[in-house]
Design a protein around this ligand. Structure first.
Ligand SMILES: *Cc1c(COP(=O)(O)O)cnc(C)c1O
Length: 352
């Protein structure tokens, strides 16, 4: 079969989704299955829905469109705040969106009215990760205005931690969100349908928090796909971490000195040279590179060290083992490599 290829075990992804759903539902929490790491793959989205997930969430409209066109029945959520320039498509393709700008919500309302729909709005609250969201003080005014706009419905509030600054979604941060939700409910005399607490970095909180408060939704991508929480990148017990296998082919296998010979400047990506001298080594060159994956986010399943990669070549030190030219080597992928492999037209995707 062609290489490089990404072999995708749908049964394992479905198992992960089902297992996390059971853990979450036991605590009154629903999962929005995040598909941006797999470009909204309809095969994977269908596996999520089969395992019980009812909300599919993605940061890109093109991915939402791909899943909708494949006929996958779910509620569709846009998890990156909408661009002002694409509001018509947001209303067409997303049932609900995460928001942080009132002018965007006003335009969503006008467009939804024009299309004869009601678009659901979740206001993001910024609790310290310093990416999207209103600061807590600004939330009541935004809620007030949303309630006055025909065309949109206030679905709830949410927050996102552990991404930009890497701020940990602790019990205290989640408590803060619950307090804010309670405040909004009391002040406006309403019930928020959704309090969306976070992403795969929330797995540890989910396991250990004595009380989840008002939080009733998590938006989970990586933990379902790769079986790891994203705070320590530790495997989540009970989940498969190998639903994805990257396979690449050896195109050269020789013993060579590892130290460069000659005057050393910058490498293919303009970085200062960085090759360590490990004497003579048995090296394999694979037809795989930065155009296919992120070399720092793949791990060979055989005993071998990655020495580096350029656009099209990955160089391995295979120790005592001389791999034959033509041998296929299997790799685990981390999120960055998964994203690149799914996006790259050069990587064949095979669903098993
Ligand atoms: C990417 C993203 C998620 C999902 O993150 P994972 O680490 O893949 O679980 C959730 N919410 C928002 C806003 C995101 O951008």
């Amino acid at each position: 079969m062609a290489t490089p290829r990404l072999e995708i075990r749908l049964d394992r992804i479905a198992h992960n989704a089902g297992h996390l759903l059971a853990l979450c539902r036991a605590r009154g929490i629903e999962i929005a299955g995040v598909t941006k790491g797999v470009c909204g793959s309809p095969e994977i989205a269908a596996a999520l829905v089969r395992s019980g997930i009812r909300v599919l969430a993605d940061s890109r409209l093109a991915n939402l469109q791909r899943m909708r066109q494949a006929g996958i029945a779910a509620q569709y959520m846009l998890i990156r705040p909408p661009k002002l320039s694409e509001i018509d498509q947001v209303v067409e393709l997303a049932d609900v969106s995460l928001n942080s700008e009132i002018q965007v919500v006003r335009k969503l309302a006008r467009e939804a009215e024009r299309q004869g729909r009601v678009h659901q709005v979740i206001w993001m609250v910024e609790l310290g990760d310093r990416r999207e969201g209103l600061l807590p003080d600004a939330l009541p005014a935004a809620v007030q205005q949303t309630l006055c706009l025909p065309g949109v419905k206030l679905a709830g509030i949410g927050t996102n931690l552990g991404c930009f600054a890497g701020v940990r979604p602790t019990a205290s941060k989640m408590g803060e969100l619950s307090v804010i939700a309670t405040g909004i409910q009391q002040h406006f005399g309403l019930r928020l349908q959704v309090v969306s607490g976070g992403n795969s970095a929330n797995c540890e909180w989910l396991r250990s928090a004595p009380d989840v408060g008002l939080i009733n939704q998590l938006r989970i991508g990586e933990a379902i796909l790769l079986g790891r929480e994203t705070w320590h990148h530790k495997p989540v017990p009970g989940l498969y971490t190998d639903a994805f296998t990257l396979v690449a082919e050896v195109i050269e296998s020789q013993r060579k000195p590892s130290a460069p010979d000659g005057e050393v400047g910058l490498d293919a990506f303009g970085r200062a040279a960085r090759l360590e001298d490990r004497g003579w080594s048995q090296r394999a060159i694979l037809a795989l590179g930065e155009e296919d994956i992120a070399a720092s986010a793949v791990q060979p399943r055989i005993q071998a060290d990655i020495l580096g990669a350029t656009s099209d070549h990955l160089v391995l030190d295979t120790g005592d083992c001389a791999l034959e030219v033509g041998t296929e080597v299997a790799f685990d992928v981390r999120y960055r490599a998964l994203l690149r492999a799914m996006t790259s037209p050069y990587v064949l995707k095979t669903y098993l």
